[in-house]
Design a protein around this ligand. Structure first.
Ligand SMILES: CC(=O)N[C@H]1[C@@H](OP(=O)(O)OP(=O)(O)OC[C@H]2O[C@@H](n3ccc(=O)[nH]c3=O)[C@H](O)[C@@H]2O)O[C@H](CO)[C@@H](O)[C@@H]1O
Length: 360
């Protein structure tokens, strides 16, 4: 069978798509997958490295734009639609799965017009605009959180969870290399693009950590724009840290971490629960419907994570949370246990099984 996975833009959309591709390909040597995205998305940078076939189409968002920009965007979507028809005719997929992000719109609509089975997967508790629109025409909707069902009235949804890449599901156990003795490992990352606010807060936290800061083994992902500033910030304060713009091997990074400081994107949440990590979540406050805060709260209320809202984020506050958890390993162990209990590990299998059944 042949499957197109469309969408991306950010890692939070793309990586669940990769997890579905892994599962689909594992089911039969004759199975083929093609990804469809845009040149501005993370997919254009990552897919060639990962060895997946990728076609690029023209597409862009419309939310919050003025009339002229909206018209230009509509033009790009129309052009993307005609590119999509060509891709569909050449690849002849049995089904198309949209994983969110505007690149999924033209190709799902074109597939629908050609009588090909179409599906969407929504990672968040509150769906983005593309999935809201596409939900009206697709053959199946997969959701990661129960709350999302209410956004798709009149449609039946299947609760599958958010697919996690095999590398992270299985690799992290093998790459588990937690620190022993006197050191404590911190993994700091701000979703797939990095987070300047978290970067600054971490640097501001260091003076409040006193001598303890020299016991930390820090891996800090900053995003492309902030890497030099953050690297210099650690150096200026004499603190050892591995500062990277992007972490290619998240499995090893999770495996080594005693504590994670991160945003609360849906795919981050799926991964930290699968790996059973203690986390301090700092939700991105401008995500649609404040969904990152809702994601984090669902863990916090089960004692499966701690949260600092950006409005309360200061170096002193972050340092106090870090120190508290360093000094109370039993609290970290409790967070880890509770996070692990919330993990949904078979999302990719459930999605592939449902799509294959409907496409047969
Ligand atoms: C600002 C914003 O609107 N972000 C949205 C975006 O987040 P974003 O793209 O940041 O996605 P998530 O936080 O959900 O997931 C990040 C993904 O990137 C990977 N990773 C991250 C850093 C790194 O250095 N290397 C790496 O591989 C992680 O392992 C994970 O697979 O999509 C998510 C899923 O739809 C949403 O919930 C988020 O709200």
């Amino acid at each position: 069978m042949r499957l197109i996975i469309a969408g991306g833009g950010t890692g939070g959309h793309l990586f669940p798509g990769i997890a579905v591709a892994e599962e689909f390909l594992a089911r039969g040597p004759e199975n083929e997958v093609l990804f469809v995205g845009t040149e501005r998305g993370i997919e254009a940078r990552l897919m060639p490295k990962l060895g997946y076939k990728l076609e690029l189409i023209s597409a862009s968002g419309m939310k919050g734009m003025g009339t002229v920009k909206k018209l230009m965007s509509a033009g790009r979507l129309l052009y993307g639609y005609s590119q999509s028809r060509k891709i569909l005719k050449a690849f002849r997929p049995d089904m198309v799965l949209g994983v969110g992000g505007y690149a999924s719109a033209p190709i799902l609509l074109a597939a629908r017009g050609m009588g090909i089975r179409t599906f969407i997967h929504e990672q968040n508790a509150a769906p983005g605009l593309t999935n809201k629109v596409l939900s009206r025409v697709v053959d199946g909707i997969f959701i990661s959180m129960e709350e999302a069902a209410s956004f798709f009235p009149g449609k039946s949804t299947q609760m599958t969870g958010n697919p996690i890449r095999k590398e992270i599901l299985w690799g992290f156990q093998e790459q588990r290399s937690r620190t022993t003795g006197d050191t404590f490992s911190l993994l700091v990352f701000g979703g797939s693009a990095g987070a300047q606010r978290i970067n600054s807060a971490m640097l501001e936290a260091l003076p409040h950590l006193g001598e303890v800061k020299h016991k930390l083994r820090i891996t800090h992902q900053t995003g492309e724009k902030d890497v030099a500033r953050v690297r210099e910030g650690y150096q200026a304060q004499g603190v050892q840290a591995q500062v990277l713009s992007f972490i290619d091997n998240m499995s090893a990074a999770y495996g080594a971490a005693d504590l994670v400081i991160c945003r609360a994107g849906a795919t981050t949440i799926a991964e930290v629960t699968a790996c059973g990590k203690g986390c301090i979540f700092i939700p991105y406050p401008f995500a649609a419907d404040d969904h990152q805060r809702k994601n984090a709260e669902s863990l916090v209320k089960r004692d499966a994570g701690r949260m600092i809202l950006e409005e309360d984020l200061t170096g002193a506050h972050l340092a106090a949370e870090i120190l508290n958890l360093m000094n109370h390993p039993e609290q970290v162990a409790e967070l880890e246990k509770n996070a692990r209990s919330l993990a949904q590990l078979d999302a990719a299998q459930a999605i592939v099984a449902a799509m294959v059944m409907k496409a047969d």
